[in-house]
Write a protein that binds this ligand. Structure first.
Ligand code: FPP
Length: 239
């Protein structure tokens, strides 16, 4: 598939990305893993801006999984610092950029300072339209279990009846409540796994796996993934 592929078709409404390959990018350059994550944060800025230019309404990124705590303390601290810097910057430029922020995941394990930044970003941006969802201390199975637990609690208290549970109602208990499912999920870095990402929401998504490492991900790669998405849609959709 040609790079710098551009399409006139509208982009998917919701794109989700597993930002993978930061560690390998750093290793190839003889740099510490944290430098790979810093370059990954830059790639995120680049792609979030490009999504806005294209008119993508929702961008969801996997920033930190429930399994990522197993990494070295230094690496975890490095990623948290990048998130903190980004959110401080986003709060500063909020009125100019008009991006709505949501956070999918159990934030209670984050530092109080980072939790507050997430809360402020969510509250101060709730009226904006273009939306970025950060998956932070997020796991797809964990999300489903929490939703089931909450529904069960309400049923036990008599506020819900088991028979009234539908897919639509259940989706409202997930972190992604009120967000439409992603049509396109991109995983760079050559890995072909789902890694516990948006398990419920990805039921009908198109997956595009790409060989580029996330820090090298450029607008042209997004064009390429969207082109692939449209080709698949044209082949299988329609009447
Ligand atoms: C996976 O690559 C990446 C992560 C676990 C962290 C992603 C975090 C960022 C890109 C920075 C977050 C900050 C902002 C502002 C978005 P990996 O480390 O598993 O790569 P590898 O498989 O090559 O080792």
């Amino acid at each position: 598939m040609a790079l710098s592929e551009k399409t006139t078709l509208p982009p998917p409404r919701h794109i989700a990305i597993i930002m993978d390959g930061n560690g390998r990018w750093a290793k190839k350059k003889g740099l510490p893993r944290t430098a790979g994550h810093a370059a990954g944060a830059e790639a995120f800025r680049r792609i979030a801006n490009y999504c806005r230019t294209l008119g993508v309404e929702y961008l969801t990124v996997y920033a930190f999984s429930t399994e990522n705590w197993k990494r070295s303390q230094e690496e975890v601290a490095g990623i948290m610092k990048l998130l903190k810097n980004y959110l401080e910057e986003a709060l500063r430029d909020m009125e100019k950029n008009r991006v709505r922020f949501r956070f999918f995941g159990d934030l209670s394990r984050l530092s109080p300072q980072l939790q507050k930044l997430c809360l402020d970003a969510e509250q101060r941006s709730h009226e904006y339209d273009v939306q970025v969802n950060f998956c932070l201390n997020y796991g797809g199975r964990d999300e489903i279990v929490r939703a089931a637990r909450e529904f069960a609690r309400e049923a036990a208290e008599g506020r819900r009846r088991p028979e009234e549970l539908t897919e639509e109602l259940f989706a409202g208990y997930l972190y992604s409540a009120q967000v439409p499912d992603p049509e396109l999920i991109i995983r760079p870095s050559g890995e072909k796994r789902i890694s516990n990402f948006l398990l419920w929401q990805s039921a009908y998504a198109e997956y595009v796996f790409m060989n580029v490492l996330w820090p090298d991900f450029a607008p042209e790669h997004l064009d390429e993934a969207i082109g692939e998405y449209h080709r698949r849609n044209r082949r299988f959709g329609g009447t």
